[in-house]
Design a protein around this ligand. Structure first.
Ligand SMILES: *Cc1c(COP(=O)(O)O)cnc(C)c1O
Length: 372
């Protein structure tokens, strides 16, 4: 009933996946579909990526993996951080691959596998902290944990991996090289004891685009699948197509006289007589309250128009300019193209002082996602 929606083009995700897979060479591609598929919808995003050649899926939470299974998706799913011990039963029940980086994690995974009486060992990935300092075991601890995993009959060491902290900053390539080297050193030490994980992995989207040495056996792509560069500095390296457009329709139009203000606080006043349109989308949908103050624009009638005044919970205001022919029901674009103009998630992000990831993940559940 409310005319506000996000259009998602599944064929863009499929074609992006194909391009990324080609860049990855012999490495497999894991499609990261955490956080509701970066705001697009996890299950259809997973299907679209698998259709484009992804062979793995990655999620942040066990619950997200369960959702994929409920949707009938059977591809291998890696939970990217260590599940709580009490969640390992659910990991096994949904045939997910846990990440582990503590003794307790290894114990819990082994116990859950034993309790379920699995026919084959539970496949786990050990995460090494090589410098991001978020989660993961130190290289020394990871070496011991990986040996412990390999020694347990209930477990199989399927992966050894790390996560890159500055792969999107080409000028800091040294740090990325040192992270990949540290991972490789753990793998080499393990190999010397006869332990060989099936898959060594490090690259995120930025690693794939900018650091060929990080590709190893598998690359984990998120943002690029959805058609956006991980950072403006890495834009244009591949011909990605952004998958999501955010649209709404004008709900109300009014003339405003010079000097009249709009919205809470009346923080913006019309400099000249003008026409202001009301759009039925607000911060409860994911548009920051400050989007007008920081220069945000929306497309109306194929033209860029500034958001004015404070964005409210459910509505925002747009200055369409003097004598604008805008009318109720006109389509407006907050992310995407209209005519010759385009507002990208990166443009929005840079105005607000964030990154495209946060813009996409910030689109709330009440915005319907229309897939085509
Ligand atoms: C989110 C995430 C990714 C994907 O990162 P992108 O920059 O979106 O490609 C890869 N690996 C891990 C561990 C992650 O948490």
């Amino acid at each position: 009933m409310r005319r506000t929606w996000a259009e998602v083009d599944g064929s863009a995700i499929t074609s992006n996946t194909r391009l990324l897979k080609a860049l990855a060479g012999r490495a497999e591609l894991l499609a990261v579909v955490k956080a509701f598929g970066y705001g697009h919808g996890a299950e259809p995003a997973a299907e679209a990526a698998l259709a484009g050649g992804a062979t793995w899926l990655g999620v942040a939470m066990v619950e997200e993996g369960e959702e994929l299974r409920r949707a009938g998706i059977t591809a291998p799913v890696l939970v990217l951080s260590e599940p709580r011990p009490s969640a390992m039963g659910a990991v096994v029940a949904s045939d997910l691959r846990p990440t582990v980086y503590t003794q307790e994690g290894v114990e819990a995974a082994a116990e859950a596998a034993a309790a379920a009486g699995l026919a084959s060992p539970l496949r786990v990935h050990v995460k090494v902290d090589t410098g991001m300092h978020r989660v993961g075991a130190t290289p020394e601890d990871a070496f011991e944990l990986a040996k412990a995993v390999a020694a347990r009959p209930e477990l199989h060491l399927e992966g050894l991996f790390t996560h890159l902290a500055v792969a999107d900053q080409p000028e800091r390539a040294d740090h990325t090289v040192s992270q990949v080297t540290a991972l490789q050193q753990v793998a080499d030490r393990l190999a010397a004891t006869g332990v060989r994980p099936d898959l060594l992995h490090a690259a995120n989207s930025a690693g794939l685009l900018a650091h060929p040495d990080s590709h190893l056996d598998l690359v984990r792509c998120g943002i690029t699948l959805y058609g956006l560069a991980p950072a403006p500095a890495l834009a244009g390296l591949v011909d990605l197509r952004s998958a999501l457009s955010l649209k709404t329709e004008v709900s109300f139009v009014k003339p405003l006289a010079a000097g009249e203000g709009v919205s809470y606080g009346l923080s913006w006043t019309a400099p000249v007589d003008t026409v202001v349109a009301t759009l039925p989308i607000g911060y409860a949908d994911g548009v920051p309250r400050s989007y007008g103050a920081c220069g945000g624009q929306v497309l109306v009638g194929g033209r860029r128009c500034p958001v004015v005044g404070t964005v409210t919970m459910d509505q925002l205001l747009v200055d369409c300019g003097p004598a604008s022919p805008v009318g109720a029901g006109d389509e407006c674009v907050l992310i995407g193209r209209q005519g010759d103009e385009e507002v990208t998630a990166w443009e929005w992000a840079e105005r607000v002082g964030t990154i495209a990831y946060e813009v996409l993940c910030g689109l709330s559940a009440r915005v319907p996602r229309l897939w085509s």
